[in-house]
Write a protein that binds this ligand. Structure first.
Ligand code: CMP
Length: 224
């Protein structure tokens, strides 16, 4: 029963869409489904790796911290995305920690099953490569943002990245605490609060019900 359920979950993951029934069977045999509450560390920076994870629901942050405990958020992952593949590929320790931002469901695929599948499925290898390239493109964009934009531009970049088109408006729908924004752009929480207040007073962003935020078109002028 658990096997069939796991297989059904795996079948819905875009990364695994090209696998045959027997390949999915093999992968499901090496997979377990896990649920974690908010604030749980799923993968810890510097630890050896055992599994690849696929986020089935919820959001999780990818974070690194220095020896003083200062933290930087590298990315926020959503449902359908995978993580933990880097250390499985190069056998180095985990490159970052992954921590749940809300309650999350995962599939954990063990290392041997993942490596066997990578060797068998050209299509899956290409998808993993595309995922890594996408991540590198996003990291390049982030380096550019941090190097070239002032703090208003950095906040604008994060808000635009987390927004989606709803009807005729760009809206940030998910809660984005100021502390989390600060960790994404290397600024203090107080500075982010000041910038957000300024953007609101000047009509670049408009608070909406349920903690949502409507972004006005002129916000993108901070990116130039
Ligand atoms: P791994 O190094 O095994 O464990 C931490 C995981 O975080 C890593 O694999 C990736 O899956 C993920 N990760 C690391 N850096 C980034 C990044 N810049 N953007 C998105 N995900 C990342």
């Amino acid at each position: 029963m658990a096997h069939e359920e796991n297989k059904a979950f795996l079948r819905r993951v875009p990364l695994l869409a090209s696998l045959s029934e027997s390949q999915l069977d093999a992968l499901a045999a090496g997979s377990v489904r896990r649920a974690f509450p908010k604030g749980r560390t799923i993968v810890a920076e510097g630890e050896p790796s055992q599994s690849l994870y696929i986020l089935l629901s919820g959001r999780a942050k990818v974070q690194r911290s220095d020896s003083d405990g200062k933290e930087v958020i590298l990315a926020v992952l959503g449902s359908g995305e995978c993580f933990g593949e880097m250390s499985l590929i190069d056998d180095a320790p985990r490159s970052a920690s992954v921590i749940t931002l809300e309650s999350c469901d995962f599939m954990a695929i063990n290392k041997d099953s993942f490596k066997a599948m990578l060797a068998q499925s050209h299509d899956m290898s290409v998808k993993i490569m595309k995922g890594l390239v996408k991540r590198l493109r996003e990291a390049d964009k982030k380096i550019e943002t941090l190097a070239l934009l002032d703090v208003y531009g950095r906040v604008a970049r994060v808000l635009l990245d987390f927004s989606e088109q709803v009807g005729g408006e760009r809206v940030v729908k998910s809660k984005l605490p100021r502390q989390e924004i600060a960790k994404m752009i290397g600024a203090s929480r107080e500075m982010v609060s000041r910038v957000m207040k300024g953007l609101e007073v000047d009509g670049y962003i408009v608070p909406a019900p349920e903690g949502k935020l409507v972004l006005r078109e002129k916000l993108s002028s901070y990116l130039h």
